[in-house]
Structures are given as structure tokens and as C-alpha cells.
Design a protein around this ligand. Structure first.
Ligand SMILES: [Zn+2]
Length: 601
């Protein structure tokens, strides 16, 4: 990062238009050329026709489909290393393995970048729960992330605590010492009437190409409602935890949530939702009672027995290990250096997050995105491509807890937001926070585009342009020769939830591909089903071929990729404020509220 300054794209354009007429014809010609040269190509007009190298498309396909190594990467990462919770020893192994493997396949400058203090290092060693009486049964559970250990197996009577309100806690006062608490309501296991596995139909893809301008769907909860629900649950859990700590509860077991279309039956989702506090990795928030999340029907059986006054005794063994209070997070970064003297300092990026949750091996979330990015750069290296611009792969960590790795990278390399004028409470999640003005670096000017893959193992069906209207015709031309691979859709919509957002937030072109949904949302995402067997070889090969083509096309273009207008979050309030005095004869209330003045007589 050399120096920082605030840039305004629209100001540059205005100067270019206004300056020309006052100069003599010859001088004007010279001057306008200079000015045009000063206007960065990402804010300038784009050529109508893309210069596409179909021979390179063919070579990339050949390498990607005939000599793929994507499943070797998948096996080494998912089976060889396993789950990769940020801050854990496995995450460190994955950072080292990706750095060394990228070097092995010929990339340069492979290294790890520290994005800062993440929180506690933690590892699950072993978790088991069994019913001792009335009927011995092995029960299926896993430790919630950052749960303390039980210090060997503990047994105790189970108690079912279904809280609707903080007041409900009163009836359990004095009754919890040494108990194993089942915390949270039973839930039904719905009939599965639709397939849990799905590929996009032509109709669904066509719908994604339309840009919704109507009202939000009736019945869909607003962000405010969701925030209020979340705040209520946080408050309830905090009160429950306080009381259970004071009463020396032996362990807490929570029911696992459902997946889409009822797919959560018989499996365990173990993520933020299983945690009893927010930001459970932060030492100050540490939960001191061992806690685990249980497969739903096992949980329901215990709860039904207790509701019917049958005493239940459980034995719980949660074996976990803390490896530090302030573990730093690292991103793996490596490059294929650019070769064009004018363009080599510009950078095209590709990536996905390398971290995962813990109950499976993180094979598809987001092993898939990481290995596809690795395979895409391997293909280009194997073909001996000497790109004009530098191609850089970045594999993030801390994504699952809040896009920390990519946000940290963007902050260190490209730009930062000022603190908002009115500070917001810590309960507001980072993605919903208001920002002050954006300050960008010199490096911000050289980042051409970032491509991300993080929606599971499904093949690429198109791209979300993230409301970058100028880029759609470019992507359309790029994907036209890929129709036979099922890549056909350009959606103008925003898609959220992953690391391209960190780039998009600072006005850099960051994109996530449209991928076939498969069984990602119903069963696999964050569950113990996220394992090697869920990786679909031919889908991953296809995705790597598409990603390699996008990287190549970006690196070889004459102009940089078009950007959205420079973000001005600090002006949002002003820009959306009502125009004053727009109603004829309106009486504006005076400061003291006593008498009014006619605003627009
Ligand atoms: Zn993910």
C-alpha cells in the first residue's frame, strides 16, 4: 500500500467533458488524448465486441477435461486435512498445504497473509453422547464450535428446557445443578415430498435473468424483523447461560436445525446456529458449559420421554482442545505473474474460502471453491500461458464467521471505510453496518476483477453481475461458446453471503458464479454430510474450465473490466432524503414546534 486518497469516478468524467471546448483544435486534440488516457479504462467506454481467443478456449477445455487434477486436490484437502475451522490447527495445515501445492504446480510468490486476530484456536477431538436409561442408545451429537471439554465422560439426569421467554427461566431455578440440559424446542421432521437434489431448469435460469423491480415478496421477513428475532434469541440465550453457569449445569445439548425442503432429518448442522453466543470464538464471549448439537430425532426422543415424565439419564463426553486465545487468520495467496510491460502490474483475482465448519470435512463449503480455483490456475500454468496481467489466487479464511479473510485483504490492499458519524451497537452484524466515506489505495486502481466460487459442488450455469450493468454484455459474449457446457445465464442480481462482497463493497468488480444447487442447501451446507462423496467430479471440472477462461479473458483484454460507480455510503442518507418543500402549500413545522412557515408558497 503506497499512499491513500479518496477517488471520485464521476468527477474525472465531468472534467474530461468540460475541459475540451476551451482549447484550440490542435491543442484540444492533444489535451483530450491526455485526458482520455487519464480516465481509467474501468470508468471509460467499453468496446462493443470482445476479442475472444477460441483456440485458447479449446486448449483450456482440453486440459481441464482430459487432465484434471481437481479431485486429487479435493481428496488431499477434505480427506487428508479434514474440517478447517478458522484458527484451528487444521486451518493452519490447509494454509500451508495450499501454499506448497500452488508452488508445486508452478505458481510464484506463494505465501500466507495475516489478516489479524481471529480469536480462540479450537479443535474437536471426540464427542459422544449415550442414553444410559431408560433404554441404552448411542445418540448422535457433535460439539458446538468452541465448546469447552467435559473433562472425561459425565453422566447425569436430563432436563428439557424449552424457553419462549426470559420469564420461563424462573421455573427451572434451583433445579439444574449437575443436570444435562436439553436446551431448545423439539421440532417436527417434515415429510420429504420434493427431491432434495436439484439442477436449475431452463425456466428457473430464465427467471434469474430478469431483474426484479417489484415489492419484496409478501410475508418475507424484513431485515429489521430478522434482526429483532435474532436480538430476542441472543438475549434469551444469554439469560439462560448465566443461570445455568450459576447453577453448575454439567452439559447442554441443543437440537440441530432443519435444512431446505425438510432435508435436515437424520443429520447434524454444526455452525454459528449451534453456538449459544454470537462470536463464540472471542475469548471474552467464551461459553463455559460444555455444549453439543444433536441430530433431531434423537433429541426429540429424549424430549418426548421427559415431557411424559420418564426420567432420562445420559452420559456425555465432549473432548475438545483450545490451542490459543488470539490466533491470527491467514489467507493463502499465489500468482502467475503478468508479462505485458504496461499491464503486468494489473491483477486479476480468483478464489474462494478455504475455511469450513466442523461436522463434515468442508468438502463442498468451501473445499469446492478452493480446489476449483487451484485447478483453474493449474490449467493455465500447464498450458504455459503467459498472461498479460498478473493472475492471483487467494484462498480466504474466516469467511464462515463474517468474511473476515477477504475483508481483511481488501482493507490491507484496496480501501477502507471511515467510521460512520453515529456509531452503531455491536449487535448490528458487519454486513448491515452503515459506512463512512471510502478511502482507496493506489493498488485499488490496479485490481481488474475478482471471481469467486462458493455455492457448493454444482457446475457453473452463469454469473451474477452484482448490478454491474456494463459488464453483462461482456460476460454474455464470453459465455456464448460455453452453451454446450450449460453456461448460459447472466443475472443482473446481487447475490450475497460470500467473499466477492468484500470487493464489491469497495467498488471493485467482484463476482460469484451461478451454480447448480444440487443438495447444497437441503443437506450438505454446514452439515456432517459435507464430505468428499458430495464432490461431483464432472461439475468441478466444468467449473474450473469456466473459471480459467474468465481469468484468461480478463487478463488479456485491452481495457480493464468496467466498474460500478464509486461507492459513497456516506452520502446514502442525503441522496435518499425527500426533496424539501415539494408539496405545494405544505406547512413546515418550525424548530420550536409552535408555529409553522409555508415552505413553498
Ligand atoms: Zn461457504
Amino acid at each position: 500500500m503506497s499512499f491513500a486518497r479518496v477517488r471520485c469516478g464521476c468527477c474525472i468524467a465531468a472534467i474530461a467533458i468540460l475541459a475540451v471546448p476551451v482549447l484550440s483544435a490542435r491543442a484540444a486534440d492533444k489535451k483530450s488524448k491526455e485526458i482520455v488516457a487519464e480516465t481509467p479504462s474501468y470508468y471509460g467506454p467499453q468496446p462493443a465486441a470482445e476479442n475472444i481467443d477460441l483456440t485458447m478456449y479449446a486448449r483450456i477445455r482440453e486440459e481441464g477435461f482430459k487432465h484434471s487434477h481437481v479431485m486429487e486436490f479435493g481428496g488431499a484437502l477434505a480427506d487428508g486435512i479434514g474440517p478447517r475451522l478458522t484458527g484451528s490447527p487444521n486451518m493452519a495445515k490447509a494454509n500451508a498445504w495450499t501454499r506448497d501445492t500452488l508452488t508445486k504446480i508452478g505458481l510464484e510468490n506463494a505465501h500466507l497473509e495475516d489478516w489479524g486476530d481471529f480469536g480462540m484456536g479450537w479443535q474437536q477431538i471426540n464427542t459422544w453422547v449415550r442414553m444410559v436409561s431408560p433404554d441404552p442408545e448411542p445418540l448422535w451429537a457433535q460439539a458446538a464450535p468452541w465448546s469447552p471439554a467435559t473433562n472425561g465422560p459425565v453422566s447425569g439426569d436430563a432436563i428439557y428446557v424449552d424457553l419462549k421467554d426470559v420469564k420461563d427461566l424462573d421455573k427451572y431455578k434451583g433445579k439444574l445443578a449437575g443436570k444435562i440440559v436439553l436446551l431448545g424446542a423439539m421440532r417436527p421432521t417434515p415429510d420429504i415430498t420434493e427431491p432434495l437434489f436439484h439442477r436449475y431448469t431452463t425456466e428457473e435460469l430464465a427467471e434469474m435473468e430478469t431483474y426484479p423491480t417489484g415489492e419484496p415478496r409478501p410475508g418475507a421477513p424484513t431485515i429489521q424483523q430478522r434482526m429483532a428475532d435474532r436480538a430476542r434469541l441472543t438475549e434469551l440465550r444469554a439469560a439462560a447461560l448465566k443461570m445455568m453457569t450459576e447453577e453448575h449445569v454439567a452439559a447442554i445439548i441443543t437440537p440441530t436445525r432443519d435444512g431446505g425442503k425438510g432435508g435436515g432429518t437424520g443429520i447434524i448442522f454444526d455452525d454459528n446456529g449451534a453456538n449459544l453466543v454470537r462470536n463464540a470464538q472471542v475469548k471474552e464471549n467464551a461459553v463455559t458449559i460444555p455444549n453439543a448439537v444433536m441430530m433431531i430425532e434423537h433429541y426429540n426422543r429424549l424430549a418426548r420421554l421427559l415431557e411424559n415424565h420418564v426420567p432420562v439419564t445420559l452420559e456425555v463426553n465432549i473432548e475438545t482442545k483450545f490451542t490459543g486465545d488470539h490466533e491470527h487468520g491467514f489467507d493463502t495467496v499465489a500468482e502467475i505473474p503478468g508479462n505485458d510491460p504496461k499491464l503486468k502490474n494489473q491483477v486479476v483475482m480468483v478464489g474462494g474460502h478455504l475455511d469450513s465448519w466442523i461436522s463434515g470435512t468442508g468438502a463442498t463449503d468451501n473445499g469446492a471453491g478452493a480446489i476449483v480455483a487451484m485447478e483453474a490456475v493449474r490449467i493455465l500454468k500447464a498450458l504455459g500461458v503467459q498472461p498479460k496481467r498478473t493472475i492471483r489466487i487467494a484462498l480466504w479464511s474466516g469467511e464462515e464467521e463474517g468474511l473476515y479473510g477477504s475483508q481483511g485483504y481488501v482493507k490491507q490492499h484496496f480501501g477502507t471505510f471511515a467510521e460512520p458519524k453515529t456509531p452503531e451497537p455491536a449487535s448490528v452484524p458487519s454486513f448491515m453496518r452503515q459506512h463512512g466515506a471510502l478511502t482507496t489505495t493506489k493498488e485499488w486502481e490496479t485490481l481488474d476483477a475478482y471471481y469467486n466460487l462458493d455455492n457448493g459442488t454444482g457446475k457453473v450455469r452463469g454469473v451474477y453481475t452484482q448490478e454491474n450493468w456494463a459488464i453483462a454484455p461482456i460476460f454474455k459474449q464470453w459465455i456464448a461458446p460455453l452453451a454446450d457446457l450449460g453456461v448460459s445465464t447472466i443475472s443482473y442480481r446481487n447475490t450475497g453471503g460470500t467473499d466477492h462482497l468484500s470487493f464489491d463493497a469497495v467498488g471493485l468488480p467482484g463476482f460469484q458464479y451461478i451454480q447448480d444447487p444440487m443438495d447444497y442447501e437441503t443437506r450438505v451446507h454446514h452439515s456432517d454430510m459435507d464430505t468428499y462423496d458430495r464432490l461431483h467430479e464432472s461439475d468441478l471440472e466444468q467449473a474450473a474450465v469456466v473459471e480459467a477462461i474468465f481469468l484468461y479473458n480478463t487478463s488479456e483484454r485491452e481495457a480493464m473490466m468496467p466498474r460500478k460507480p464509486f461507492p459513497h455510503p456516506e452520502k446514502e442518507m442525503e441522496l435518499t432524503a425527500p426533496i424539501p418543500g415539494i408539496y405545494p402549500n405544505a406547512v413546515e413545522p418550525s424548530d420550536k414546534g409552535k408555529s409553522g412557515t409555508v415552505a413553498n408558497p
